[in-house]
Design a protein around this ligand. Structure first.
Ligand code: PLP
Length: 351
């Protein structure tokens, strides 16, 4: 893949305030772009971050043919930028593309593109605990034939954002018993815009009631637990760590995968299975709901302080009593900083 580089003459870097970087607020100077025309990806380039014009009848605006990924680049003490298991994101992106009837991207071209843009924006990677350069590969339809058909042209963009920690405080969840995020056979497994659009209204209602996020339940019985807004869920019930199994309706979280491997390597008893909200209530009543946390790229681990279900408010143990979540956070952040030895080659150097 041939990549052209056109750097900005007006970098914003020297005036940028790295002490104030709320998650996802600021973009770095450059982005990587490619276009899909006539059945192939072409015109790979790095250029200054900018807007693209879009017709109102574009298939992205009308029919939401759009997908994305989220990953983080961090710098180890040796000054080299790294990505954590980018192959997992690349594979998931291509699965999302297939589900949304969009073209896939050759895995080695994708990796080369990721490395090139992160290397280019290296000086935008913030230092410090939990800080990172958030990397957002995105693909969207650019065709504008109004019929409901797959677009014939697409744009692939990777932009990056220097970001602080996503959720800095423990979150309160409420189970959602009217709206459904996804059903097996739907698009819940794809990282596509429509899933997030559909989640906004229930999330807004939850916020109005004083909660941070919705806990999604599956199907018409509203019993089986799926995930939360942008995270997969884990519970520590007694001495067993459980997480909802992949049902076709929840996102195949990359952090979920890493966490499962870390837990198994450390000798924890782990179960991926169907989990029903009544089981969580029962465990809570017996004093066996020891920890609950969400995992995702942005937050890594987000402690859950409360789960509201019907009239019951389940308050979880205090944050200093969460050994499993703490161990996971330290392992993943330790891999990123270099303090934990990377025995599995998860950290992929970018330079
Ligand atoms: C709906 C949803 N579930 C789970 C996750 C966690 O996935 P990952 O660990 O790959 O970031 C995300 C975040 O991307 C998400 O948007």
């Amino acid at each position: 893949m041939e990549l052209k580089v056109n750097k900005t003459q007006q970098s914003r870097l020297s005036n940028f305030d790295f002490s104030d970087i709320p998650f996802g607020k600021y973009v770095s100077d450059h982005m990587l772009v490619a276009e899909y025309e006539n059945g192939q990806w072409q015109n790979w380039r790095i250029e200054p971050y900018q807007a693209f014009p879009m017709e109102p009848k574009c298939a992205t605006i009308q029919y939401a043919q759009t997908i994305f990924e989220g990953m983080k680049a961090t710098v180890k003490k040796d000054g080299v930028p790294y990505l954590l298991r980018p192959a997992l994101n690349i594979k998931r992106f291509n699965r999302s593309a297939e589900r949304m009837c969009m073209p896939t991207i050759d895995e080695s071209d994708f990796l080369q593109a990721l490395k090139a843009i992160v290397a280019c924006e290296k000086d935008w990677i913030p230092q410090g605990d939990g800080n990172s350069l958030y990397v957002r590969p995105t693909m969207y339809a650019t065709g504008s034939d109004l019929g409901v058909n797959p677009s014939r042209s697409y744009r692939f963009v990777i932009f990056t954002m220097p970001s602080g920690m996503y959720y800095s405080k423990p979150v309160k969840l409420v189970t959602e018993r009217k709206y459904i995020r996804a059903v097996p056979g739907g698009t819940g497994e794809a990282k596509t815009g429509g899933n997030y659009a559909a989640s906004l209204y229930p999330a807004q209602l939850a916020k109005q009631k004083g909660y941070d996020q919705v806990m999604w339940l599956e199907g018409d019985r509203f019993q089986k637990i799926q995930e939360v807004g942008t995270m997969n869920l884990f519970f520590v019930l007694g001495d067993t760590v459980v997480t909802p199994k992949l049902s076709g309706a929840i996102l195949r979280g990359t952090t979920r995968m890493n966490v499962l491997e870390i837990l198994r390597d450390k000798g924890h008893r782990v179960e991926e299975r169907d989990i029903y909200i009544n089981e969580i209530v029962e465990a809570y009543n017996k004093g066996e709901l020891n920890e609950a946390f969400g995992v995702g790229t942005a937050a890594v681990v987000s402690h859950i302080s409360e789960i509201a279900h019907e009239d019951l408010k389940m308050s979880l143990p205090s944050m200093d009593n969460r050994p499993v979540a703490k161990m996971i956070y330290e392992q993943i952040e330790g891999l990123r900083s270099g303090e934990v030895v990377d025995t599995k080659g998860w950290m992929v150097p970018v330079l």
